[in-house]
Structure formats: C-alpha cells, structure tokens
Design a protein around this ligand. Structure first.
Ligand code: GLU
Length: 420
C-alpha cells in the first residue's frame, strides 16, 4: 500500500503526520490506519478532440476516509497530477475538514492535463467523461467533489449535469462550487480568498500590526489569490507584490488590486500587466512584507527560501506550500515568522462548500450575508482553538492545527471500529 502512494508530495504528508503522531503519542499500529487512504480510483478518460483524434487522459480520485461522513474535496486538472500528489491532498482535506468540525472525510481528484491546452468543447468532453467514470464511486453521501486548480464553476456544472442525467433527476448536492443559479451558493467563489485575508487580519491583530499601510505579497492569481488580494486591499493593506505562472511584479509603492483583476479578466493572466514592476518569481517571495500569501502550488517554500523569507506572517492559501524542512528552519529562526497553516488558512473554501451542500440538501438558500457571517464565525472558532492549542502545548501553529484534526479523526475511528 505504502508504495502506491509515492512521490515528494505524499512523502511530505507522511512526514507531517509522523510529527503529529509522535506529538500525540499515537500507537504504531494505529498510524497506517489513520494515514493511508481508504481507497483510490484510477480511470481512463477517452475523449474526442476537435481535430477528430481520440485521446485518453488519466483520472484519479482518492477517498482518504469516510469515518465522519462523505469524503469531500476538489478535483484538480493539471499537467503533473499523479496518484501520490492526489493522495497527499486528500489526506490534508481530512485534517482540514476535521479541524473545521465538518462532517466529512477528505478526498481529492485529478486529471493529468493542462486545461489551457484544451478548447472549451474538449474541456467539457473531458469533465463529463471524468464524472461519468466516477459515477459508481461518488454520491451526495459518499463523495462530494468541488473545484481546485484548473477547474471552475463551469466544470462543476458539467459534473453535476452528467451525474444528474444518469440519475434522471437533478442532484445539485453531488458537487459544490457550482454556479449560483444551478444550486451553487452565494459567497463560494470568494470564500477561500476571503478566509485567507480574514485570518491574516486576525494574525495582524495578534502581532499588533495595523492593516492600514501594512504590506502584502500574494503568489498565485487564480480564484484564491485574486480574492485574497481583494480582501486584503479592502482593509487598507498595500499589495506590493503578485505573481502567477506567467509573470511576477513587485512595486513597493503598491499595486492597485482592481487594476490587477481587470487585467486578468481581460487577458486571462498577469502577463503584460506592467513592464517596470517585473521581478523574478522566486525573488518576489523573499522581499520584505508583513504578509506573504502563497496561493498557488505545493512545496514552493523549501528550507532555502524559508531562511531568506522577510515576511512577518505566512498565510498559506495553497495546500502544502511549505515543506517539513522549511518548517524546521522557521521554528529555529528567532525572528519568528507567524505561520497560518494551510488547513486553517484556506479552509474557507470547504467550509462554504459545506454550506452549499447543506442548502442543496434542504433546497433552502441563504443570503450572502448569512453565508459570510457563518464563514467568519467558523474560521474564528478554528483560529481560537489552534492558537490556544499551540500555546498550551508549546508547539508550532501547524502542529497544533494538525493535532486537532488528526485527533478528531482518530477518536471517531476508535469509537466506530475498523471498517469506515
Ligand atoms: N479544493 C479546495 C480545497 O483544497 C476546496 C475543497 C472543497 O470545497 O471541497 O480546500
């Protein structure tokens, strides 16, 4: 089993888990049961391409556990997706959902494809084919998908429609992150980025940093990064750096958030936004700022980068941006970078996904204010617990957050027995 889930990202999830297992004193023979996924599904997705050829794409879904309810997590379309990475992301979803007290296990899915190389029609074919292949393994009480990197509301609408046509009735509760108007909830699109900004403000409060005039650098300008930028700027934080896969910009005078959004809406990426402010993407991470928010991919902050970071708060909008080696460096640095760990920092997305699922099941929809108010209360509750636990146990915020998540899953497994 262990050998199926290989690669640097799963290795990272395992190393993090070992730290927690030691910290909590989990018995050796309980560890594999907690860490290794309950099941993994690998499918071939043949589709017709626009030029008449047929191509087959590899699709994955890993369901880490179903002990607390259905498995829950996004589906990623990216060129380098493999089973080890998807398994790691599923494991992280479990700790994230448990920390937020959501009645879910973790899951993650993916297709090995760069969606930017597909036409809209090819993307629809692939999305529908992937869900078609997954129908025997998912369900509103089994596994509920959502967007992740490379997928969006439209892809969720195709997933929902494909599943629904098979059932013969509309089943909006099969996926979350759908367009509002087809069973989606108000507030889901901005939920993750809003949560990143909200928690960054909590951290600023704790460190007595005034948001007005404070500075932030955001890596990644997808759905998460964009709304983190907007959320930070809305309360007076100066955005001094941004980057995506096409460009990186640094301007100590500040970059107008709306201009960035308008450019990306028009062009599709940050490239071409400015000529004067261009900077090397890696160097950007090491510029001085109050908040650094990595909102892109895993493992961008390794030990070397961690040594050179000049931020006061590291707000992890991405999943797994910081390696365990970097965690060690950060723990040893005596100038104290305050880390808001991923499973807390980016939990806004899955929290509002949970609200969407609840609304779909009840067919009763809430106002945006109600969604945002409940989101902020949920994040506040998790924040308070993590900070208190870190203080009580004298451990890093990541250890505290993961310990709460792992402990909840472990207790549920102990109470239920070996099967779920
Ligand atoms: N893909 C997002 C995450 O990593 C959201 C998952 C969800 O909403 O289920 O947290």
């Amino acid at each position: 089993m262990k050998f199926l889930y290989s690669g640097p990202v799963f290795e990272m999830a395992r190393q993090q888990f070992d730290v927690i297992a030691d910290h909590l004193g989990i018995a050796e023979d309980e560890r594999d049961r907690l860490l290794l996924p309950k099941r993994a599904i690998v499918v071939s997705c043949p589709i017709h391409m626009d030029d008449g050829r047929t191509r087959v794409f590899a699709g994955y879904r890993v369901q880490h556990h179903l002990t607390l309810g259905p498995a829950k997590g996004g589906t990623r379309f990216a060129a380098n997706v493999d089973i080890g990475e998807i398994a790691a992301l599923a494991v992280w979803m479990s700790w994230k959902c448990a920390l937020a007290e959501l009645p879910y296990g973790g899951a993650k899915g993916g297709v090995t494809v760069d969606p930017r190389t597909l036409s809209v029609r090819e993307l629809e074919n692939l999305s529908r084919r992937y869900m078609q292949e997954m129908i025997p393994f998912v369900g509103p009480r089994v596994d509920v998908m959502a967007p992740d990197m490379g997928t969006n509301e439209q892809v969720m609408a195709w997933f929902m429609d494909t599943y629904s046509m098979y059932q013969g009735v509309t089943v909006p509760e099969i996926v979350t992150g759908k367009p509002v108007g087809t069973g989606g909830t108000l507030g889901r699109r901005e939920a993750t980025g809003h949560g990143v900004a909200f928690l960054a403000f909590r951290a600023m409060e704790a460190l007595a940093i005034d948001p007005v005039g404070a500075t932030a650098i955001v890596q990644g300008f997808g759905n998460v990064g964009m709304h983190a930028v907007l959320g930070l700027a809305a309360r007076g934080v100066k955005i001094v750096g941004v980057s995506d896969h096409t460009a990186a910009y640094w301007d100590p005078k500040g970059i107008v958030a709306r201009d960035l959004v308008n450019h990306v809406t028009r062009v599709g990426a940050l490239s071409g936004f400015s000529t004067e402010a261009a900077i090397d993407a890696q160097t950007l991470l090491e510029q001085p700022c109050d908040v650094l928010a990595p909102c892109a991919v895993e493992r961008v902050i390794d030990a070397d980068v961690a040594r050179r970071l000049r931020c006061r708060i590291l707000a992890e909008g991405a999943n797994g941006p910081t390696t365990p080696e970097a965690d060690k460096v950060l723990a040893e640095r005596n100038d104290g970078v305050f880390v808001i760990p991923d499973i807390l920092c980016n939990a806004g997305g899955v929290i509002v996904s949970y609200f969407e699922w609840v609304q779909d099941l009840q067919q009763y929809f809430w106002s945006r204010d109600e969604v945002m108010d409940r989101l902020e209360r949920a994040l506040d509750r998790s924040w308070t617990m993590v900070i208190a636990r870190a203080k009580r146990d004298g451990v890093a915020n990541r250890t505290a957050a993961m310990a709460i998540g792992v402990e909840r899953v472990m207790k549920a497994k102990q109470a239920r027995g070996l099967f779920p």
